[in-house]
Write a protein that binds this ligand. Structure first.
Ligand SMILES: [Zn+2]
Length: 68
């Protein structure tokens, strides 16, 4: 089925058209240490998070807070 194949396709960075790589990211959240695997662009180091990955969303929020 074509639809299934599309779901398995590797993610591509919109900016660089690079194939994303899976990398382990260490994260601190609520005083705990987590190691999560996220899709990351090897070129611009942009991290992509799946919509259903709640932990990833928390990380994004923390990152935004740190930037301020
Ligand atoms: Zn990129």
């Amino acid at each position: 089925m074509k639809e299934e194949n599309e779901r398995d396709m590797p993610w591509i960075c919109d900016k660089c058209k690079e194939k994303l790589v899976l990398c382990k990211v260490k994260a601190n959240y609520l005083g705990g240490n987590f190691e999560v695997e996220l899709m990351k662009c090897p070129q611009c180091h942009n991290v992509f998070v799946g919509e259903d990955l709640a932990l990833g969303k928390m990380l994004m929020v923390e990152k935004e807070l740190e930037d301020k």
